[in-house]
Design a protein around this ligand. Structure first.
Ligand SMILES: CC(C)(COP(=O)(O)OP(=O)(O)OC[C@H]1O[C@@H](n2cnc3c(N)ncnc32)[C@H](O)[C@@H]1OP(=O)(O)O)[C@@H](O)C(=O)NCCC(=O)NCCS
Length: 175
């Protein structure tokens, strides 16, 4: 049986040890996860995000697939999260989709995202998922290195196009 709580004490990249714990996400984690995501998934930092980070995003994940959502705590403080889901195709093939993961920058490089991912992967194995899918911006090198380190392969290029529906010229004229 796979334990529902992962716990490990790490000192990597830090002068201090932190007791890092990963747990299934709970209702009280929604607000801190939302605010952490607001800091990490900004349009200026990730201008190509085709999914928009907002309160409905995290509430929807918690409502629809809370069993695939995890929170990380360092010494009791909320420091990271992972939101995933499972997509089942007509062929009965199941795909795990890791949609959002983020770690408080102060706790970066300490293995927090790794622990979140390992927990997600354990649950995907339990669910008989065939493959886990992730996506990220092509210039998000930290995330790409992170996912490659976890064994993800075959990165494929996608191009996102945008059509602005805000008429900047007419706004200028009206001002
Ligand atoms: C990507 C992210 C989740 C990594 O979190 P983290 O807790 O710092 O990651 P870990 O400490 O578990 O790192 C594991 C591996 O990821 C890679 N990695 C993590 N941060 C890195 C960085 N800043 N530069 C290069 N590689 C990095 C390394 O390969 C690292 O292995 P190592 O420690 O043996 O070198 C975090 O930087 C983050 O929140 N980024 C902003 C949000 C984001 O881009 N999310 C992913 C798309 S949804």
């Amino acid at each position: 049986m796979i334990s529902r709580v992962s716990e490990k004490t790490m000192a990597k990249n830090s002068s201090e040890d932190h007791n890092i714990v990963v747990k299934p996400m709970e209702i009280d984690d929604i607000a801190p996860a939302f605010h952490l995501g607001e800091k990490l998934f900004t349009l200026s930092a990730m201008p190509n995000l085709y999914r928009i980070w907002d309160e409905y995003e995290i509430i929807d994940f918690y409502h629809d697939s809370s069993e695939y959502c995890f929170s990380a705590f360092a010494d009791g403080k909320f420091v990271g999260f992972l939101l995933g889901t499972v997509i089942e195709k007509k062929t009965n093939r199941k795909y795990g989709y890791l949609v959002w993961t983020g770690v408080n920058k102060e706790y970066g490089g300490m293995g927090v995202a790794s622990m979140l991912f390992e927990k997600f992967k354990e649950v995907m194995v339990e669910e008989n998922v065939t493959m886990i899918i992730v996506d990220t911006q092509a210039d998000n090198h930290n995330a790409i290195e992170f996912f490659k380190g976890k064994g993800f392969k075959n990165p494929q290029d996608h191009i996102y196009l945008t059509l602005s529906l805000r008429d900047d010229n007419s706004r200028k004229r009206n001002n």
